[in-house]
Design a protein around this ligand. Sequence first.
Ligand code: NAI
Ligand code: MG
Length: 358
Amino acid sequence: PQKRTYRIASIPGDGIGVEVIEQTVKVLRTMEDLFGSFTLDIDMLDWSSDRYLEKGEYIPADAWPKLRASDAILFGAVGSPDVPDDISLWDLILPLRKKLNQYINLRPIRILPGVSSPLRSCTSSDLDWMIVRENSEGEYAGQGGTTHDDTAQTIATEVAIFTRLGIERTMRFAFDIARDRPRKKLTMVTKSNAQRHGMVLWDKIFYEVAKEYPDVETDKMLVDAMTVRMVLKPQTLDTIVATNLHGDILSDLAAALAGSIGVAASSNLDPTRQNPSMFEPIHGSAPDIAGQGIANPIGTFWSAAEMLRWLGEEGAADLLMKAMETVTASGTKTRDVGGTCNLAQVTEAVIAELEQLF
Ligand code: NAI
Ligand code: MG
């Protein structure tokens, strides 16, 4: 059979993003050698805050055609103490998500073997969630403005945008995901008591789409009560669908409840497959630990596994998950999850496990 080739654009970014991507590429190279059935043509792109400081831009203006032609994007993290965070977000990550029509952000959260939850009695079967975050509009639509800047009368508006198109496609995606999981259960989150236009539309479309999925059990939560339920009754949740901002916040909470933000993965998907999808850990550049070699690479390994799955390499994705979970179970862990290893040691253990399991 012919060897499959995937063109991967990799953007390590800043801080620990660079460290975790370096390790993930080693893992991917091992998988390529073991399987022999696919090649990863990885293009490393230096779109970092250093580049911004030097050239005034993150993404070169002529980069889009080549990026669009890639099969997937593997992203680290962006953010530097020397660049305002709204610039790094709006000049790098958000243009990627928006221009490449990655309208779904999918975040699987589980307690991995050997990792303990800060919740005293929470076991791995109590917390196994799939968070579907709307990724193109809502509170991150970018509409608004500032008037009378630097005066005592400054006015700033931040307009949240909710469209029927954006909500409906997110709901369909979430119901499909919920239907494919054993519990067939979808919880929808809004704040439609206080925000009575966009969020009410969100609720309305949820119930409309629900009619097409009679086999999926549904329920609705207000976001504030949802934080309480996630902590006190994690076992009552399965698939969760939320707006851009709510999904962002709830998934950080979910990651912390599953043991660490360092283990959490995400996929920015264009479900139409007309553009490459982008895979990244949910954490940021972590300037507080950058350069120390102690960042947890597991969230990025998991993201790479999701990338392989999206590309159709299910076998490779499953093997990587299994190797990762065997390693966390064995106690080879970074400090954020209670271990003493550095990231290179975790990577070496995962590579050894891949070779063992293959
Ligand atoms: P952060 O996720 O970078 O760090 C939060 C805390 O978690 C820190 O104490 C950090 O040390 C720890 N942490 C994060 N990832 C870890 C890992 N893999 N292993 C061990 N510990 C880990 O969030 P923060 O501090 O709010 O933001 C730092 C910078 O990252 C900012 O510039 C922010 O804008 C940016 N950021 C970028 C994101 C992205 O690229 N997608 C997402 C979130 C933040
Ligand atoms: Mg976030």
